[in-house]
Ligand binder design. Structure first.
Ligand code: SER
Length: 585
């Protein structure tokens, strides 16, 4: 059964059972800069799981485009994907375990025709937070799951939560027995030898995990389920990997035809990253050096590297994109509508990357020369990291080139630096609070830093009573609302502009430090939206001019921001003034 047919059958099945079919949310979450991409079907539904009324009712179903980036480096094996589609159905305080389990069983066995012998399920074994889920196991027995096919596990396997805090609960997972021989006497669904493949997860969301680690009961009992479409297609078609299904085959075959060096992993990486980047671009993503844009950049660049590895001419990229559009447009009509922009973005990024590689190779030659002169046999981890961080030069390439020169690289040190760097960006993206910068690019980031400069300049010129009461940033301008009782005079406006421009001209360094909220307050950092802060906060310091608690991101140096100009100063509401300002390059 083709993936699109599985999707259609799923949506129709749940429609028949009273569910409203809702559209997939975009891969790039709307109004939610706190996460990079949509990673599960429940993500856009969180407010409704917490009790808000959904306009389509209490039974919902959809297919959701998802991107999970933790696994990027695993792609290439036989199962990891970054982009995937999750089929889901939800009960918002409507049905609970019994009905949910019966529907899952019926869908798998009747709609998809999976023989019951092939199905295994797991349930939560219970702990101090939540009792053993015997209700679910009984429902499975009643539905028809065979004796000995039900297993109980703890929170590691049978509890679902997105992140550290939020709606959560015990889950029950369904597994498909591929028929491969058991890896040992103790081979069970929890084993990852590949015999049992997880196909569907029903979460019984009745708890909320608080930031202090404790659990509260939600207002309502919800069901949140997720079924991975690519995996299901693979199993139903009797294939070993998702890359052998119709979703990837056309591109995989083309790659095989084009390659001069044979490597199945590289072909998978190219096919996977191509589809993922096309989907991200289709939903508005663009490559950059931060957050979402950086993930997209990595996907595209990793794909290019593997094309190079297979010695495939990069001019074939357009061809590969066209094949994918042709193949996937029935599932994702937006790919066809956005074909031109997708091609443009990927090809531009390819050109940039080629420049980076050329640039990086030059730097590398200098470094290798230096190392040789110093009689070293190993390239320092710091150098590998600098080449990567400053020139975007991939560490694998450094390693390869070093080896060609009879040198090793200090991979361990590089890994350490890289981990620290990843950790930093992870914290950065996790801590970005809502309501600020939904769309981050070079322009909006510069406006964000300009907002901090403006805030401090207003306090210096008008007085410490000035406090931010609102901020809104687009690529074209910043808008800043602040407390001040009177209209600003032309002289005050000029002083503020000058003060901001002086800081820009000084090319001040912007630094970021993470600390407990109380320490940040004590250090004199200006704080806003107090209730949105977690226990630990980031403090951005601009030279010795401004210090503010903020999720970021910001420019690294103020020098290149452009000239700051206040376009308008007006009343926003009683006691609140509003400034609109621009940066002119
Ligand atoms: N939220 C659960 C998951 O992602 C079920 O959809 O697995």
């Amino acid at each position: 059964m083709k993936a699109i047919e599985i999707r259609n059958r799923y949506l129709n099945f749940f429609k028949k059972h009273g569910h409203a079919v809702i559209p997939s949310a975009p891969l790039i979450p709307e109004n939610d800069p706190s996460v990079l991409f949509t990673t599960a079907g429940m993500q856009p539904l969180v407010p409704y799981l917490l009790g808000e009324t959904h306009p389509a009712g209490t039974r919902l179903t959809d297919y959701q485009k998802c991107l999970r980036t933790v696994d990027i480096d695993e792609v290439g094996d036989n199962r990891h994907l970054t982009y995937f589609e999750m089929l889901g159905n939800w009960s918002l305080g409507d049905y609970f375990k019994e009905e949910s389990i019966q529907m899952s069983f019926d869908f798998l066995t009747k709609e998809l025709g999976i023989p019951v012998e092939k199905l295994y399920v797991t349930c939560f074994k219970g702990d101090e937070d939540c009792p053993k889920d015997e209700v679910s196991s009984k429902c499975w027995e009643k539905a028809g799951i065979l004796d000995g096919h039900i297993f109980f596990y703890g929170k590691d396997d049978n509890w679902w939560i997105a992140g550290e805090e939020g709606p959560c609960g015990p889950d029950t997972e369904m597994f498909y027995d591929t028929g491969k021989p058991a890896c040992s006497d103790n081979c069970q669904p929890s084993c990852d030898c590949g015999k049992y493949v997880e196909i569907w997860n029903n979460v019984f969301m009745e708890y909320y995990k608080n930031s202090d680690g404790s659990y509260s009961k939600l207002k309502q009992k919800n069901v949140d389920t997720g079924l991975g479409l690519e995996r299901m297609a693979m199993l139903l078609q009797g294939k070993q990997t998702p890359f052998d299904t119709e979703l990837f085959m056309p591109v995989m075959s083309k790659l095989e035809e084009l390659q001069k060096v044979d490597d199945i992993q590289s072909r998978r990486i190219i096919a996977e990253h191509l589809r993922a980047s096309m989907m991200v671009i289709c939903d508005g993503g663009r490559p950059s050096n931060i957050d979402r844009g950086y993930i997209l950049r990595r996907l595209i660049r990793r794909m290019i590297r593997h094309m190079n590895k297979l010695q495939i001419d990069l001019s074939e990229l357009k061809n590969l994109i066209d094949i994918n559009v042709e193949n996937l447009q029935e599932m994702y009509p937006a790919l066809k509508e956005n074909q031109e922009i997708i091609e443009q973005v990927i090809i531009e990024e390819k050109d940039k990357f080629i420049k980076t590689l050329t640039h990086g190779e030059k730097e590398f030659s200098k470094e290798i020369q230096k190392a040789k002169e110093q009689g070293k046999t190993k390239i320092d981890g710091e150098v590998v990291f600098r080449l990567y961080d400053t020139y975007g030069f991939p560490p694998e390439v450094t390693k390869e080139l070093a080896e060609e020169n009879g040198m090793e690289v200090d991979t361990k040190k590089f890994e350490e630096l890289f981990k620290a760097h990843q950790e930093k960006s992870r914290m950065g993206s996790e801590q970005k609070f809502k309501g600020g910068l939904a769309d981050q690019n070079e322009k909006t980031i510069a406006y964000h830093t300009a907002t901090h400069l403006l805030h401090q300049a207003l306090r210096t010129v008008l007085g410490e009573h000035v406090k931010q009461s609102g901020s809104n940033i687009t690529e074209e301008r910043l808008r800043f609302d602040f407390t001040h009782p009177a209209k600003m005079t032309p002289e005050e406006i000029e002083k503020v502009e000058n003060l901001v421009n002086e800081q820009i001209e000084k090319d001040l360094k912007v630094t970021c430090e993470e600390m407990p909220y109380e320490d940040a307050k004590a250090s004199g950092a200006i704080g806003l939206f107090t209730d949105k802060y977690g226990d630990r906060v980031k403090v951005y310091t601009i030279g010795d001019f401004s210090k503010e608690i903020c999720g970021g991101p910001h420019v690294e140096h103020t020098g290149n921001m452009g000239k700051f100009k206040i376009k308008k100063e007006e009343s926003s509401s009683s006691g609140i003034r509003r400034i609109k300002a621009v940066l002119i390059k």
